[in-house]
Design a protein around this ligand. Structure first.
Ligand SMILES: [Zn+2]
Length: 378
């Protein structure tokens, strides 16, 4: 029943997707994202939702049909993308051809505008399905800055997350089969700066204390904290410093991304960063930054949610896998607040954040039906 509804809505879903993809919405341009929020709000309002505009997030509420004190199910997503305005001419929204006929391309199509379209379709299916006369209230929260780590929206979204009975995240599914994301690594970002003593490399070499040499030692040290078997990664992805080849470098810095599966491991890494000691006593080390998103760890409640989703998918005729992934999302924040969280309920596709970003159209209707079934059952 739900699947029949969402399958019939496929042409509408694709048209909605085109409109939202063609509304470019990079995180760095909040006004553009707010414009998209107004468009998205209007579509959800016509599906029976009420919209509230926070400074950096759109909140939509859909009334429940059970008793009034029932806590809401939260559908979590984001409206921003990583693509700057003006990306469309090079990568327009388009449907694939030939062997790629099942694909739809465009900036943000997979991460995660198709997820928003699926959520809209799920609500419409819920509304029109007689089987789903009883369900919890539903809150949808779409933030404007997820792709840059949700620095502004976090304090607006966390209170909404805290209210929720369960959190379903509309981020892209993992892999070609569209697996759920049941755990995500926690992320941290550090800037390690070495303050040395600049000097002329020919006249006063001995007076200098090279920030670059010091930083090189420390980068090798922190890289050694990576532990593949435990999934701990420390990546110095950007390094800069010095002024010229004939000057002993007075300053250098490295930007470092560190990830781990558990909060415990994340805190161990954090204290190691803060205890770094310079080899050359004349060089001063400075560590900025810290933990940005806690890990999304599997809990008994999230595991039960995973099993429920997999059963519902089986009932709809498809196999739903599950896996752990290294990338973080706002699902990490919800899970860290103790809310049972299931991520990767959005679109199936590939190429997120690249010119090849696309979704597989055949999965749109079944995934929307799965969302509707989850909303009806939870
Ligand atoms: Zn995303």
């Amino acid at each position: 029943m739900l699947l029949a509804h969402t399958a019939a809505a496929l042409p509408e879903m694709l048209e909605q997707l085109r409109a939202w993809v063609e509304w470019e919405s990079p995180s760095q341009e909040p006004e553009r994202v707010r414009g998209l929020a107004r468009e998205v709000a209007a579509a959800f309002e016509s599906a029976g939702c009420r919209a509230t505009f926070h400074p950096d997030a759109l909140e939509l509420t859909y009334p429940g049909t059970r008793d009034a004190v029932d806590a809401p199910i939260l559908l979590l997503g984001h409206l921003d993308t990583v693509y700057p305005v003006g990306s469309l001419p090079a990568m327009p929204f388009r449907l694939g051809e030939g062997e790629e006929a099942d694909r739809a391309y465009g900036p943000g199509v997979f991460d995660m505008k198709a997820g928003l379209v699926q959520a809209l379709c799920a609500l419409q299916a819920l509304r029109h399905s007689p089987r789903t006369t009883s369900h919890s209230p539903i809150t949808l929260l779409f933030v404007y800055d997820e792709e840059i780590g949700s620095p502004r929206s976090r304090e607006q979204s966390e209170p909404v997350m805290r209210e929720a009975r369960a959190v379903l995240v509309l981020e892209p599914a993992a892999g070609a089969g569209g697996k759920l994301k049941i755990a995500r690594k926690g992320t941290a970002r550090y800037r390690l700066t070495a303050h040395g003593v600049a000097a002329h490399a020919g006249l006063d070499f001995a007076l200098g204390a090279s920030a670059i040499v010091e930083l090189a030692h420390r980068v090798v040290e922190v890289a050694g904290w990576s532990a593949a078997e435990r999934g701990v990664t420390v990546n110095a992805g950007l390094i800069a410093g010095g002024t010229a080849a004939n000057v002993v470098a007075g300053q250098a810095h490295a930007d470092i991304d560190a990830r781990a599966w558990t909060a415990a491991e994340q805190h161990v890494l954090d204290s190691r960063f803060r205890s770094l000691v310079a080899t050359d006593a004349r060089v001063r080390l400075e560590v900025d930054g810290g933990i940005s998103r806690p890990p999304m760890e599997v809990s008994p409640a999230s595991d039960a949610l995973r099993a429920r989703a997999q059963n519902l998918a089986a009932g709809l005729g498809f196999t739903l896998g599950a896996m752990r992934v290294g990338g973080a999302s706002d699902g990490n924040l919800a899970a860290a607040l103790g809310r049972p969280t299931l991520d990767g309920l959005g679109a199936v596709g590939a190429g997120a954040h690249t010119a090849d970003e696309h979704i597989l159209i055949a999965h749109l209707a079944p995934r929307a039906a799965l969302l509707a079934a989850l909303l009806a059952e939870l």
